[in-house]
Each structure stands twice: as structure tokens, then as C-alpha cells.
Design a protein. Structure first.
Length: 370
């Protein structure tokens, strides 16, 4: 009985406090608005401008400026080629940006290699992208990978111009600008390859088209449907860290535990899409150092046991085993970059990696990268 009385008194006290709070808010707001009406504030024009960075296909939002193919090539070699190859042909990390398009495609606006019976060996960016604004917007937002949004407006125009030149869309002496980009759009190889079958662009978003997928909602024992067009080769399974650790435990996506052998059963068999038990999730979790590698995008260029763009971490550990002040040396390489130790491809500086993260990664490598 006493406990019940104490709970009642506490509940009454809380209710009184809340009532007093609302009464105080009402007193401070004599107009009688709801207490939360004065929460927050309108964003300033400067804040809106900082958020509003998208570039639309009609080029609304495109900043004034220009950049030459020559300038773009210089930026590309310094900040892009290590991942994308000197000519956009890829460098073991990403799919090629350039290739698969022809002069005929530029004339028709439809890439013939997208419609052949047998899939072209690799669907490149210029084969798929329909609007040049997409290139500009993505590069401006997300590149380079280790320092997104660090390129100047001139740099972005130049890099886009260089990519377009590699695809024979613009000549070598071309200067891309906000004044001529609409004309360049008329030469995009896949400019007529878009579809409105999905209905998203119809008036009032009528959604009358057919959907891109025809699956049903499923969380357990879900059938895997459709053809698998490409798979990572076995030596690349763990190249970018454990995929399991990089996926949410809710929703339809599931990353395989790439630290374990690949699945043996056919992909057409039913597989569970439900979230794994906590014990399984804990077992799949890697060491703290590996989570730091993923956090700082180190696994974009380095595998644990194999080379991607740069050497595998095991190779680094083996090469410098026994070196005096090894951890300090590795921290300097992580933060400051370098070139020549493992070939011609440079290691870009990584100033965005915190000192604590750099030291933890260096200690892990020095201990054998296991």
C-alpha cells in the first residue's frame, strides 16, 4: 500500500510540474499558441544556399564558371586517376567511366551496346548516364572520395570536360562552362535513353507506369529472383572489408560475411533475409581497427591480404617488419601520403583521418594486420 501511495504522489508531482511548464509557456506566449509553436527558427538565406547545391537536368542550380579539358586532366591525374585510371578505364576499384560508346551513339542519343543480346563486358558511366548535369552534380557533391566537396567550381567543370573529351563528346581544346553546357547535353551518347514508364514524371505524379521491380515484401525465407549478371571474383571478396558489417540489420539488403568462405548453395534457393541473431552479429563483427578502416574509406584502395590500388595491409606489415619507429612512420604515411614505395601510383594524403584513428590503424598494421 505504501509503495502504491508513493507512486501516486510521484505521478501527481510530475503532472504538476508538466502543468506548470505548460502554464509558464502559455504565460510567456499570451497569444495562446501551442507551447511548441515557438520552437526552432526559419533558416537564413546563407544556410539555405549552403544546403541547396543540387544541379537539375535543366541546369537550374548550376553555378557560373568554366573549366578546360587541360585543367581537368591536371586535376584528374592528381586526385582521380589513382582510383579511376588515367583514362577513366578503371584501376581495379571502380567500374570504368569511359568506353562502350561510339560516334553513332552521339548522333542518335542511344547507346547501341545497351541493347545487344549479350551484355557489353562492362557498362560504363558514359554508356548509362543521360544528362551531363548528373556528372557535374555527382562530382561536385561526392568527389574525390577521400575529400568530397573539396573541388573548386573550376575543377568540377574541368573534370567533367576531361571525361567528356575521353568519350569523344568534346574536343581536346574545349572549355566547358555554364554558357555552353546545354549544347554539350545534345551530344550525350545516351541522352535519349531515359524512360518515363515508371510514371514519376507524369502530371501530379500519377504513378501510372510500370514499376522497376516486381517483388513482394518479404522478411524471411525470401526467394532470390532474377539472373545474377556479375559477381566479385574470389580474391576480391574481402577487398573492401566485411560487407556484413557495412549493412543495416533491417530492410531487404544483407551483406554476406566476406571473412568466411562463399555460399555453396545455388543463388536460386530461398535464403533468410531476417536480421541475424545478436550472437551471430557479434561473431561477424571485426576488430576495432577494421572498423576504422571502413570508417575512413581505407578499404577503397587497400585490401587486408590483397592489393587493390595500393598494397594489402598484410604486405605493408611484412615489408616494414622490424623497422624502428614503425608506428610513427605509418602514421606519417597515412596523414601525409607518399609515392614510390609500392610503385608509381601515389598514396594521396589523408588529412581528414584523426590522429587517434591514424595511430590505431598504424598500431594494427605494425602488429601484423591480422
Amino acid at each position: 500500500m505504501m509503495k502504491r501511495f508513493q507512486r501516486t504522489v510521484r505521478a501527481a508531482a510530475v503532472a504538476a510540474a508538466l502543468t506548470a511548464g505548460f502554464a509558464g509557456a502559455a504565460h510567456a506566449n499570451p497569444a495562446g499558441d501551442k507551447p511548441w509553436a515557438n520552437m526552432g527558427r526559419a533558416p537564413t538565406p546563407a544556410e539555405i544556399k549552403a544546403w541547396d547545391i543540387d544541379v537539375r537536368p535543366d541546369f537550374k542550380g548550376l553555378p557560373k564558371g568554366s573549366g578546360s579539358v587541360k585543367h581537368g586532366e591536371e586535376v584528374w591525374m592528381a586526385k582521380c586517376a589513382s582510383c579511376h585510371g588515367e583514362f577513366g578505364e578503371s584501376n581495379e576499384v571502380f567500374t570504368p567511366i569511359v568506353g562502350g560508346t561510339t560516334k553513332k551513339d552521339i548522333e542518335t542519343g542511344r547507346v547501341a551496346n545497351l541493347h545487344v543480346d549479350k551484355h557489353y563486358p562492362q557498362r560504363t558511366t558514359l554508356m548509362k548516364v543521360s544528362t551531363v548535369s548528373t556528372l557535374w552534380d555527382y562530382i561536385n557533391r561526392a568527389m574525390p572520395w577521400n575529400a568530397p566537396k573539396s573541388l573548386s567550381v573550376q575543377d568540377v567543370y574541368g573534370v567533367v570536360a576531361y571525361i567528356l573529351h575521353l568519350g569523344d563528346i568534346v574536343p581536346e581544346d574545349f572549355v566547358l562552362s555554364d554558357q555552353n553546357i546545354a549544347e554539350v547535353q545534345k551530344r550525350m551518347p545516351n541522352r535519349n535513353g531515359m524512360t518515363t514508364d515508371h510514371g514519376l514524371w507524369l502530371p501530379n505524379y500519377a504513378f501510372s507506369g510500370k514499376p522497376d521491380v516486381k517483388n513482394t515484401r518479404c522478411m524471411n525465407n525470401c526467394p532470390v529472383e532474377g539472373d545474377i549478371k556479375s559477381m566479385l571474383p574470389e580474391n576480391m571478396r574481402d577487398a573492401h572489408g566485411n560487407l556484413f558489417e557495412q549493412q543495416r540489420l533491417i530492410g531487404p539488403m544483407r551483406g554476406w560475411d566476406t571473412t568466411k568462405p562463399p555460399r555453396k548453395e545455388p543463388l536460386t534457393q530461398k535464403v533468410s533475409m531476417a536480421a541475424p541473431a545478436p550472437a551471430a552479429a557479434a561473431a561477424a563483427g571485426g576488430a576495432d581497427a577494421k572498423s576504422l578502416l571502413a570508417k575512413n574509406a581505407c578499404t577503397a584502395c587497400h585490401g587486408v591480404a590483397n592489393k587493390i590500388v595500393g598494397p594489402g595491409f598484410n604486405e605493408v606489415a611484412a615489408k616494414h617488419k622490424g623497422k624502428a619507429d614503425l608506428e610513427a612512420y605509418l602514421v606519417s604515411k597515412i596523414k601525409g601520403g607518399g609515392q614510390g614505395v609500392y610503385g608509381a601510383i601515389p598514396m594521396p594524403p589523408q588529412p581528414q583521418v584523426s590522429d587517434a584513428d591514424a595511430k590505431a590503424i598504424a598500431a594494427w598494421i605494425a602488429a601484423g594486420a591480422k
